[in-house]
Design a protein around this ligand. Sequence first.
Ligand SMILES: Cc1cc2nc3c(=O)[nH]c(=O)nc-3n(C[C@H](O)[C@H](O)[C@H](O)COP(=O)(O)OP(=O)(O)OC[C@H]3O[C@@H](n4cnc5c(N)ncnc54)[C@H](O)[C@@H]3O)c2cc1C
Length: 383
Amino acid sequence: MQIAIIGAGGVGSAAARFLAQEGHQVLLLEQFTLDHDRGSSFGESRIIRRTYPDRLYTQLMDAAYPLWEELQNDAQEELFVRTGGIYFGRAGHPIVSAVEDALQSIGTAYEKLSAAACNSRFPGFRLLPGEEAVYQADSGFLRASACVRANVRLARHFGAELRESVQVRAISRQGAGWLVEMNNESIAVERVLVTAGAWTGSLLAPLQLPLQPTRQQYGYLRIAAHAEFFQPDRFPVWIDAGNNGRSSFYGFPADGHIDGVKFAWNDRDDPVDPDDVNCNVDNDYTEALQRYAAVRMPDLSSDVVYAKTCLYTDTPDRDFVIDAVPDKPGVFMISACSGHGFKFTVLMGRIGADLVSGKTPPYDLSRFSLSRFPAQVPQSSGT
Ligand SMILES: Cc1cc2nc3c(=O)[nH]c(=O)nc-3n(C[C@H](O)[C@H](O)[C@H](O)COP(=O)(O)OP(=O)(O)OC[C@H]3O[C@@H](n4cnc5c(N)ncnc54)[C@H](O)[C@@H]3O)c2cc1C
């Protein structure tokens, strides 16, 4: 089939690879250039983990991990750095307990570490007295930009075409298929997959989707001492359960590409228009990073060696949206973000490829359907 994929980010690039590999004529359309830094999938690292306070996502990661291994093998490139990961909080923290319950419920091995045990195992990071951590060995980080580039490289190898700097403005009916209207031209295709990230809401404006782009930031602090403590073999990816789950800190070991150690806190309260984003990291944001590091990673200096903004696309319930676009048979959309979608992009690409090529993905996707937002959206014909 002739299939257009709108958006060459983490999800779109993965779907393009699977569809091209299966012999479809794939047109991957990107409004900017490949691996640009204005969306959600740019950068050196994204956490991959099974540790979720929600059994559904812990379970879905069982399907994602083999697909990441497959991509890494096909690409012949290091895309997944397995470091182990800790999800921590004060003893009895409800989110940490929920993470443990989810792992137990599907029989995934993990360790429960006291603050002392965690601090001796990972001397570069400090848990405070009374805190505890769930350690899971399969956690690590994905080299995000490299993953997107590898997907596109393989998709092109199987015949896909990437068109950069073309903004899709509309998708309109043409006979049994669809006309994808761009800047100065339109292309007729049989099926369409919308993976437009933070721009999904505006591209499908008539649906009034409850997708809120938010501006996110992150930074790297220079290592001042014991660089060996921050290397991937001695430093985990980490998530601080925080106080209420709305804004929590998370971070990475040294990634070997940017000098310093990356970490961040996800700020839910900065809604933006994706076409009008302040790309300068705020001083009070880096000050918060410096204060946090002084307590948790005292071997880091306060020098910010690199900092960047990025976009989440939040849904009200933080669940993804995977569904047919109502009243457009053959057009599907996937919005997998809310700050935790990258680890799923290869699986979302697989699911998107199945949906748009007429197959039924072997997963229960009911929690991701549009119909859960009854207010905004007319009933879909179902996926
Ligand atoms: C700071 C930060 C940290 C994160 N940390 C993690 C993490 O540790 N672990 C994790 O799993 N997830 C994490 N995430 C979330 C994850 O990065 C996203 O969920 C994921 O990248 C979303 O991919 P996407 O393909 O949906 O969106 P994108 O990568 O943004 O792709 C959408 C693409 O569509 C293009 N596009 C949009 N509209 C049009 C149009 N009309 N015409 C043509 N092209 C169009 C855009 O230019 C863009 O390239 C993080 C996100 C951020 C911002």
